[in-house]
Write a protein that binds this ligand. Structure first.
Ligand code: FAD
Ligand code: MLT
Ligand code: ZN
Length: 474
């Protein structure tokens, strides 16, 4: 590049705004920021910019707005839908938020904390625990993903059945808008009906409406008791009845209710060191259920056992293992949380991140599995996920490494069939991972036309020059 190319010009200007060490332009140093987690997209960029504070983010946005440069925000880069990867034009910049990594304040009495966007999720959980509080957002990527990315995607994860999705865990947001103005919505209030709820609009907007720079988060009393069971179902048809029964016994103490098929146990045992089958015999479907409580003396194991005994009498449950100690509990969770990694090691997979009403889960699984058998008979169905929320990772794997191209070529046909079925079940084609660039056409196809017009109007109002994460969502 000569000194007069736009790239060098932009990089020099950006260095003025964020400091020399905050701008990367070398191919090697930029490479990790230009490839998505699933290796589906490889983009190019003028620069990767790493501001340290909200004022620097504001200066960068003002510059990019003025010069009409596309800005792709990036947190931990764990997106499953190419949301944080720039396009191939080489004209966009990646705005990496990792250096905004301060916990600004923990208010134990108010059950809230304020974290900057670049804080790793696990660090936020720790900060809450240090104040004897609990922050419930939890997902397999928690050691890598950032709270800003969690808000931007309205992440779900493993505790939604009790605490809700990210949007329900947020009290306030600080964000930089497309023209560089700073929206200070960092209140820590439980009640605040002063006009439109801008924070809820920014949450889940995948970097297309503003750059989230900090968030005020809700905390709960520290969890001091767990009962964690790995439960074998006689048939997936009983999963809804089991949830109802557990609710009757455990009330709102159910914090996780995860469904796993037999193949998920087989793949994790085969590919993930240290994972073992918790039960003696093989069963077609399993539920990993956890009850939690703030009081150490709550009889959670009794509640769980009582429910499981009834479920066995009724023929819904064939066997179950209750974690006897923290090591066993961690082993159950390791099995569950390493399913995506085991799937990746087993071979390429076609993923559908969908949700249906909880009561429709068994009916949906039966019909969708029949579609897979018909359209992709050599695919292995790895259907698992957050059944307590009706949310499924309805994935299909190629296991033995042969016929991969033919398998991947069938993807559009299978996707259409699954998403049409989801729609017939009044479900969602994007339950928790977002739209990004992967599902843009799917959103255009399946979203309410009136809703799409409203979304485009909002985008136009907040980002009239279209610089925020261009080519994502809409
Ligand atoms: P990135 O991937 O960096 O970005 C995601 C999107 O947010 C992009 O569009 C990006 O432009 C935008 N963005 C990032 N930071 C900001 C910001 N500060 N301001 C504005 N926009 C921003 N997701 C779930 O919901 N539930 C799960 O159970 C779950 N499990 C996972 C398990 C594994 C092993 C992996 C790899 C991923 C999993 N995910 C899950 C997906 C992913 O981790 C989440 O979507 C996570 O919230 C993304 O955070 P991130 O910091 O990596 O964001
Ligand atoms: C999970 O719940 O494990 C993830 O959201 C799904 C995945 O990683 O495929
Ligand atoms: Zn998930």
């Amino acid at each position: 590049l000569s000194a007069s190319t736009p790239s060098t010009f932009t990089a020099a200007a950006l260095r003025e705004l964020v400091g020399a060490d905050g701008v990367l332009v070398g191919a090697e140093e930029m490479a990790p920021f230009l490839l998505d987690h699933r290796h589906l997209y490889r983009g190019r960029a003028q620069a990767v910019v790493r501001p340290r504070d909200v004022e620097a983010v504001s200066r960068v946005l003002r510059y990019c707005h003025e010069h009409r440069i596309g800005v792709v925000p990036q947190g931990g880069n764990t997106s499953y839908c190419g949301g944080a990867t720039p396009d191939e034009s080489g004209r966009q910049i990646v705005l990496a938020l990792a250096r905004l990594d301060r916990i600004r304040n923990v208010d134990a009495d108010n059950f809230s904390l304020v974290a900057e966007a670049g804080c790793i999720l696990a660090r936020v959980q720790e900060a809450a625990a240090e104040a004897d509080r609990f922050f419930p957002l939890s997902l397999g990527a928690e050691g890598t993903c950032q709270i800003g990315g969690n808000l931007a995607t309205n992440a779900g994860g493993l505790n939604v059945v009790r605490y809700g999705m990210t949007r329900e865990l947020v009290l306030g947001v600080e964000a930089v808008l497309a023209d560089g103005s700073i929206y200070d919505g960092l209140k820590s209030l439980r009640k605040d009906n002063t006009g439109y709820d801008l924070k809820s609009l920014l949450i889940g907007s995948e970097g297309t409406l503003g750059i989230i720079t900090a968030a005020s988060l809700k905390l709960w009393p520290q969890v001091r008791a767990h009962a964690t069971a790995f439960i074998a179902l006689t048939d997936v048809a009983h999963v809804v009845a089991l949830l109802e029964l557990l609710r009757a016994h455990g009330g709102d103490r159910i914090s996780s209710f995860e469904l796993l098929p037999r193949v998920a146990v087989e793949l994790t045992v085969r590919h993930i060191p240290g994972v073992t089958d918790p039960l003696d015999a093989a069963h077609p479907w399993y539920v990993l259920c956890e009850l939690t409580a703030a009081r150490a003396d709550e009889p959670l194991a009794d509640l769980m056992q009582g429910a499981l005994e009834k479920a066995m009498e009724r023929g819904w449950v064939a066997d179950a293992a209750l974690a006897a100690n923290e090591r066993q509990r961690a082993a159950f969770w390791r099995l569950r949380e390493s399913v995506p990694e085991a799937q990746r090691m087993a071979g390429p997979s076609l993923k559908h991140d969908i949700a249906v009403p909880v009561a429709s889960l068994p009916g949906f699984i039966v019909e969708a599995a029949a579609l897979v058998a018909q359209l992709l008979p050599d695919g292995v169905l790895v259907c698992y996920g957050h059944a307590g929320d009706g949310s499924l990772h309805f994935n299909v794997n190629r296991i033995d490494g042969t016929g991969v191209t033919a398998f991947q070529e069938r993807e559009p046909v299978l996707r259409r069939a699954i998403h049409d079925l989801v729609t017939r079940f009044h479900g969602s084609i994007s339950a928790e991972h977002g739209i990004g660039q992967l599902k843009r056409e799917e959103l255009a196809r399946y979203a309410s036309p009136v809703g799409l017009v409203a979304m485009r109007a909002i985008k136009q109002a907040l980002d009239p020059r279209g610089i925020l994460n261009p080519g994502k969502v809409l």
